[in-house]
Design a protein around this ligand. Sequence first.
Ligand SMILES: *[C@@H]1O[C@H](CO)[C@@H](O)[C@H](O)[C@H]1NC(C)=O
Ligand SMILES: *[C@@H]1O[C@H](CO)[C@@H](O)[C@H](O)[C@H]1NC(C)=O
Ligand SMILES: *[C@@H]1O[C@H](CO)[C@@H](O)[C@H](O)[C@H]1NC(C)=O
Ligand SMILES: [Ca+2]
Ligand SMILES: [Ca+2]
Ligand SMILES: [Ca+2]
Length: 804
Amino acid sequence: MALPRPLPGPLPGLLVLVVAAAAAAPPGPTEPRVYLSSWAVRVATGLRGAEGLARRHGLLCLGQPYYHFKHRGTRQKALSRHWGWNMRLRKEPKVLWFEQQTIKRRTKRSISVVPTDPWFHKQWYMNNDINPDLNILTAWSKGYTGLGVVLTILDDGIEKDHPDLSANYDPLASYDFNSNDPDPQPRYGAGDENWHGTRCAGEVAAAANNRFCGAGVAYNAKVGGVRMLDGPITDVVEAQALSLRPQHIHIYSASWGPEDDGKTVDRPGVLATEAFYRGATKGRGGLGSIFIWASGNGGINHDNCNCDGYANSIYTLSVGSVLAGGQRPWYSEGCSAILTTTYSGRTSGEEAQIVTTDLHHRCTNKHTGTSASAPLAAGMVALALEANPALTWRDLQHLVVRTSRPAHLQAEDWAPNGVGRWVSHYYGYGLLDAGLLVEMAKAWAGTRPLRRCSVKALRAPQTIGSQLTVSTNVSSCSGRTKRIRALEHVQVQLSLSYSRRGDLEIALTSPMGTTSTLVSARPYDTSQEGYKDWTFMSTHFWDENPDGTWTLQLENKGDAYNTGLLTSLTLVSLGAGGDSAGGLGQPGSGHPPSAACGGSSYAHQGSCLAYCPPHHYGHSQRAATNITRVCASCHPSCYTCQGASANNCTACPPSHTLDELSHSCSPPLASRAKEGLRPSLLPALIGGILSATLSVTHHVAFCIVTRSSYRPLRGVTPLPGSAWADPTPCPGSVWQQGHAHDLPPHPTSPRTPQGPEWCWGALAWHAAARERFPAGPGCVAGYPVPFPRRGGCGEEEEEEEEEM
Ligand SMILES: *[C@@H]1O[C@H](CO)[C@@H](O)[C@H](O)[C@H]1NC(C)=O
Ligand SMILES: *[C@@H]1O[C@H](CO)[C@@H](O)[C@H](O)[C@H]1NC(C)=O
Ligand SMILES: *[C@@H]1O[C@H](CO)[C@@H](O)[C@H](O)[C@H]1NC(C)=O
Ligand SMILES: [Ca+2]
Ligand SMILES: [Ca+2]
Ligand SMILES: [Ca+2]
């Protein structure tokens, strides 16, 4: 049998030309033009006349709107104009205008960067409507759409036959642990409450250019769903979901966790903990499964995601939320474990939220909450994995740190850490930028192996009065085989008792002077249980050098009667060893970021900064026509400087003196050393190291007994008209809750529930609160809680409830 033969000769026509152009190596801007034997011609006559004209000149006329003339005999490509044909056409009186066609520099993929989906114009967070958006269009224009990447949504199911999901649906990335069958179709109850997983899936992988709804961030990725939240949740169910086909599924996106009520302290059980660890070490062929986690919706309850062992695991990438204008949404929950942020809504209360697929084959633009943020990040990570499939779970976190930007995100606590990166407890390193992420992912050279050093920092139990400061020198981690040069996560494992857990604020300060709040006051957490072998985590010391003295500060933010005992404390440093962390831009390595910094910003460790951090100065290098700005190293004797020499210092390290004439620093004259960056502290140094150990501590028994079997979703229904600057919490949702059992009179100081004296702990009396909600306690937290204004909580409330 004969094989089908290729068609004889070149196919005439526009189609052939376009394909040829796309297949040709795209010439650079300075490369010579390539001329094709093809002309666009405008003639004074109609089609008939054009055809006749073409025939007369031995050309083919290929149709409208501009007549396209083509000659089969002429060589198909040339580096110069075809002089003969051009002369003939010029002399032809009926030809009004013509141009010989050249190969344009167009990559095939950029032709359809902007999807044609009817709701794409409503996808304000990725369609360039706002600035900055998530910069998805840039990632798409580089050709990354999630092809080859597999994600699953751990949730209440996925409507697999949804017209915008079915094309990307992957049954191998799906399972139903609620009914123990392979079909994760959501249960359609009377209230249709199981829409959460379907909405999250559409954000990631809704099909593009299919005339339906919008487009997912990674619209060519495969997506599945794990149905697990529509039934009793156990450690076994969670562990099974987190370890579903770890060699097939690359990314697991979860938008749920322990209750966000501001009083729960809960973490994964033994099996789920093991599942995270095995996923990170063995999943994806050893590169590590990627777990993307919503930080939590407990903002209005002053919850802190460091009390959530899922969000604060080193193996999960925790994602915070921000509104289009840079405001913090009322539900957004902060903590030092958050790494990055994506959008979750345009405003706090209106209709323009996140566009995605909805139950019953519908489309919605009402998806919001930190639930909405995590899948957007999961989609962006899918784009990065397409750009570089060899990235490990740690590489990805390094990249996310480097490609998140403070941008316009509003918070009072933005501060630069020891390597000059700005970080906030509400947003981590800021708004994630997909364009930068794929660009840097492609060039990422890898990270050195993970090292872990843990130091016990307590010799004997310490009483926690109004304030307790514990310092420890971790230089014992600097042995040759243990040395960590660039930190990643830092964990604090502790046990303590306290009369009212929520009144205790705990902060950690690094040797490089960065202070990270491990847990802020939680007014609703009245527990007397304290913390039992609890692990806090902070991402704020990323890339710092851990050597030196770390300081843990515990502070009573509540009643003076509070009392407690710190019984154990271990500091765990995790990071890359060796001379540098490998990859891009470690201190002193002088690597510029892969994308040159624009404007007047300076390249520093893979970031573009408007300034250079301590120990560096802004240096402009002129190369031919380009100016590159980098942060170059100061002389080691300087703290800040204007040049590389020892005579260029502008400030000196602590206790050194600056010579104003020679601009140099000299060693201490007298011992007037300052104690760290927080001089107001009573330095109760309980120094010394008991022992340094590399053993891995496992959490046992305690959490199995106490763990909740309820995993609230992190989707929220917006309160009407409630921006962060003006949230309108309704009495039913906040004050009654606080009234019932969260604010009992303090055992040692009875109060009447009628006046300011009734408020205690981290709460303060607020006359307006009393007036507004006579049934409520009249107390609000003592830190910025915008007070609800009149209006907004009447009839609308019911309407919102129906929407839930
Ligand atoms: C920490 O300990 C090391 C050796 O044990 C010592 O050289 C170093 O000076 C100490 N650092 C501080 C800040 O005390
Ligand atoms: C100048 O910058 C462009 C990109 O912005 C780069 O392609 C070119 O190689 C640079 N030239 C020099 C001399 O560095
Ligand atoms: C740096 O120091 C050198 C002398 O060591 C001096 O010539 C130069 O002007 C200084 N640069 C700046 C910016 O101060
Ligand atoms: Ca099923
Ligand atoms: Ca679509
Ligand atoms: Ca929470």
